[in-house]
Design a protein around this ligand. Structure first.
Ligand code: 5AD
Ligand code: SF4
Length: 486
């Protein structure tokens, strides 16, 4: 493991090793020498800022970037007016891209005042050729651009950027089958952590850019995953979130195939681990085996994120989702029957090409029947290169907005009722932080992911406490610590 490797003992004057991760340790040692020279010249350590956009997978990748920067000797800061700033980008919808371009403009202002500042961009956006062209043309002050497949090479690319004075360093891979283990990670929370169990996606939903920017499915071995979890638990982690674009197809490409349900059973055995979450499940691959494993588990949280996308079978077919409205309803009904205390959340897209008000009605019908505990509703965003972008019947913005507003109203009403169903119950809460707006309160989550605020102080952070859920305010509870589980 990296923390057993002393960077000081690496001879940085010889040729870099070819094998990974040794090669990256070598470049981390070289960057560290640069940091020391910077500190001597400026009388302070250089500051680095990692800014994350997008999903949980990106958040985990950002922790990897932070881990490497910290190991090299940078001081991590939340302030973008730093010596090194890296944006880990998202491109799932166009507004994510626009946000990054806006923020890059602001960074340029800082760079004018601090010409030694280095700016880097990585993540999903950079995998698109059109984005790279735009960067070269309109954002030439960016120093380093790399993608999702070579994130493990960050130390090496950073070294190139720090040691070469001018020009944009660009390194993008189209795909990879490589998974590099054992690089440093700086966790945001000491008591909970995301863990990648697989990378990429093979589903090619017709609206989605992810398979193009994250590549084909690759699973990590159960041994590597379990070793990482054991290490985290020894380090104080009580809750893990297993991450993948489609965790239900975990393990299919391993030399000894393992199902996701089998992996969960192995994770359950890890002593000291209290809670297991996972994200995201594709309805077409959710097995009966998984439902039974969840039902019998003491640690797997009572929460399932099951993206619906649309309730209209006609639209689902055009989306290439490979299930019908009836199949989704049957699955959700079966899950609710088997695990009555589960919270089901979802993603819905409004305005997919060819969608009519009748289709939106079908989606609303599913919302009424399944009664989602929460639903993320998105306006369809045209992603160049996806099959849906080439469909002729794009929906006019006004109609999309009307459907979106109607759906949102319904989703909020049902979610409010669902969330409130445990008022007066006593349940376990994992306390996550001191409440930002009221420091006499702490904030945590139920197993089903609902947020609870309760009186308490920083000593409770990271602890599981038994709480009486006194009152529900829309999407969260106010609670109070009490003695026993009812
Ligand atoms: N437009 C709108 N929403 C999208 N999503 C993915 N691609 C698009 C798109 N082109 C949504 C889906 C997915 C979530 C992560 O983002 O609902 O589940
Ligand atoms: Fe995109 Fe579909 Fe893959 Fe999810 S399953 S990442 S929506 S292609």
């Amino acid at each position: 493991m990296y923390n057993e490797i002393a960077l000081d003992t690496i001879d940085i004057h010889r040729e870099p090793p070819m094998e990974e991760p040794a090669r990256q340790y070598y470049f981390m040692a070289k960057c560290r020498e640069w940091v020391q020279a910077f500190a001597e010249e400026n009388g302070r350590l250089p500051k680095a800022c990692v800014v994350n956009f997008g999903c949980q997978m990106n958040a985990r990748d950002s922790e990897k970037l932070s881990g490497i920067l910290e190991c090299i000797g940078f001081l991590l800061t939340g302030d973008e007016n730093a010596d090194f700033v890296i944006f880990n980008t998202c491109t799932v919808r166009d507004n994510a891209n626009q946000k990054v371009y806006g923020r890059l403009g602001e960074l340029n202002g800082y760079k004018r005042r601090n010409p030694h500042m280095k700016i880097a961009l990585c993540g999903c956006m950079t995998q698109e050729a059109a984005v790279r062209q735009k960067l070269r043309k309109s954002y030439p002050f960016v120093d380093l651009v790399f993608g999702t497949h070579n994130l493990f090479k960050f130390a090496e690319l950073l070294w190139t950027t720090l040691s070469e004075a001018d020009g944009m360093v660009v390194d993008i891979w189209e795909d990879t089958d490589q998974i590099v283990e054992d690089l440093p990670i700086e966790r945001k929370y000491p008591f909970k952590s995301g863990i990648n169990i697989m990378f990429g996606c093979n589903n090619f939903c017709s609206y989605c850019i992810v398979p193009y920017v994250r590549g084909r499915e690759r699973s990590r071995t159960p041994e590597d995953i379990l070793e990482e979890i054991r290490g985290l638990v020894a380090d104080g982690v009580v809750e893990v979130m297993l991450l993948g674009q489609n965790v239900n197809s975990y393990g299919k490409n391993l030399s000894h195939p393992v199902t996701f349900a089998q992996l969960l059973q192995k994770v359950e055995q890890v002593e000291g681990l209290k809670r297991i979450r996972f994200m995201t499940s594709h309805p077409k691959d959710l097995s009966e085996e998984l439902i039974q494993v969840m039902k019998d588990s003491k640690k797997i949280c009572r929460h399932l994120h099951l993206p619906l996308q649309s309730g209209s079978t006609r639209i689902l077919e055009r989306m290439n989702r490979r299930y019908t409205k009836e199949q989704y309803l049957e699955l959700a009904g079966r899950i609710r029957r088997e695990i009555p205390d589960i919270a089901i959340t979802t993603d819905i897209i409004v305005g997919f090409p060819g969608e009519t008000m009748e289709d939106v009605e079908e989606t609303m019908d599913v919302v009424r029947q399944v009664r989602f505990d929460n639903a993320f509703t998105f306006l369809y965003s045209k992603r160049t290169g996806t099959p849906a972008a080439a469909m002729e019947d794009q929906v006019p913005a006004g109609q999309v907005k009307e459907g979106f507003d109607r759906l949102l109203g319904l989703v909020q009403d049902t979610a409010r009722e669902q969330v409130a169903r445990y008022t007066g119950h006593v349940m376990e809460v994992l306390v996550e932080e001191v409440n930002e707006s009221d420091p006499s309160l702490v904030t945590g989550r139920l197993s089903n992911n609902t947020v609870v605020h309760l009186p308490g102080d920083a000593s409770l952070v990271g602890k599981l406490v038994t709480v009486s859920l006194e009152e529900c305010y829309g999407f969260y509870y106010m609670g109070r610590i009490c003695e026993k589980l009812r």
